[in-house]
Design a protein around this ligand. Sequence first.
Ligand code: NZQ
Ligand code: ZN
Length: 385
Amino acid sequence: MLNFEFCNPVHLVFGKNVVARLAELLPPEIRIMMLYGGGSIKKNGAYDQTMAALQERDVIEFGGIEPNPHYETCMRAVDIIRRENVGFLVAVGGGSVIDAAKFIAVAALFPRSKDPWDILSATVPPTAALPLGCILTLPATGSEMNCNAVISRLSSREKLAFGNPLVYPKFAIIDPQFSFTLPERQTANGIVDAMIHVFEQYLTYPAAAPLQDYMAEGILKTLIATGPYVMEHPHDYDARANVCWCSTMALNGLIACGVPQDWATHMLGHELTALYQLDHARTLAIVLPALWRYQRRNKAEKLLRYGREVWGIEHDQPDEAIEATIAATEKFFHRLKVPTHLADYRINAEEAATEIRRRFADRGTVLGENNDIGADAAYEIIRRC
Ligand code: NZQ
Ligand code: ZN
C-alpha cells in the first residue's frame, strides 16, 4: 500500500428535510451569498427551503451559474462579493454550482494585482478562501465532500481543474428528495460520473490494498444495481439516497487512500467538453472504453479483478475476459442511454484527437497512473473514441 494522509473536514448532513439544519451550520452575523444555477432549485423546493432557513439572515442571491461553470460568470460574483463584503458562500445545486462557489471563494481573496485564472492554468496555489457550504441537488461529482473544482473559460475554450484544502465545504447538506426532479439524462450522467470516479482510483494496478478494492467494488455494485432502477422509479427515496451516498463516497478521498490514481479519462473528457460542450459524464463514457483498450496491458490485473468481482466474468483467456469486461461496462452505459462514441454526437474523432494532441504538447501534459499518457498517447486514445 502507498503512503497516505487522510483528512476530510466536511460536516455531512444527510437525509429527508435536512435543509432545516442550515441556519445552525452557519456562523452568526455574517453576510451570505447564496449561489445557484439556471433555476432548477426553484422547481424542486431547494430554493424555498434554503430561503426559509435563511430568513433571519443577511443574504445576497447570485443565480445563473451555468453547467460547466464559466470563469467569466464566477468573476462577476467576485466583483459583487468584494463590493458587498460577503463573508460566507452557500452553493445550492449540482457540481457546477458547488465548483463555481469554490473558485469564487479563492478568487475573491486572490491578490488583486494577479489574475485568478492562474490558479487553474498555472497551478498558482491560492493562499486564502472565503468559507463555503453547500446543498446538493444532483448526485454525481462528489464536489460536496471534496476540495476540487473544474472551471471553463469561454474566451480560450479551456476547461481546467484545481484542488486545494482551503475549499473543502464547511458543511454539505444532502436531501435525496431534491434529486426526484432530475431529468433522466442528468440521473444517468450522475451514475456514470460516480462510477468513473471509482475507476480512476481503483482500476490502475494492484497496490496490496484489498479494503480499498472492496470499497470501490461495493460502490460500483450498488450503482449498477440501483442505477437502472432509479431511472424507472425516480421518486423512490431509498434508491435516490443510495445513489447520493455512492456518488459522495466515490470522490471524498476515502477510496483513494494508499492506491495509485489515474484521472486520464477525466482530463481527456474535460478537453472534449471544452471543445464540443458535451456533458461531463458523457465525455467520460466515450473516453473510458477506448482508454482501457489502449491501456489493457498495464491495467490487465485490475481489469480482470473488476470483471470477476463486479460482473462475474471468468474466462480461460485473459484477453477475452478483459474484452468481455469492457463490453459489459459499455453495455451498462448504453442501458442508461449514455452513448460511448464520438460518432454518436457527430464528432470527427480524428479532428478531436489532433486538437487534443496539440493542446497536450503545448502544455506538456502527462497523465495516467504510470505517467505514460502524453500528447501522442492522448491522440491514439481519442482517435479510437
Ligand atoms: O442549472 P440548474 O437550473 O440548477 O440545472 C442543472 C443543470 O442544468 C440541473 N439540475 C441540478 N439539480 C437538479 C437539476 N435539474 C433538476 N432537478 C435537480 N435536482 O442539472 C444540470 C447539470 O448540473 P451540473 O451541476 O452541471 O451537473 P453535475 O453535478 O454533473 O456537475 C458537472 C460539473 O462538475 C464538474 C464537471 O466537470 C462539470 O463542470 N466536476 C467536478 C468535480 C469535483 N468538483 O470534484 C469532479 C467531476 O469529475 C467533475 O469534473
Ligand atoms: Zn467526473
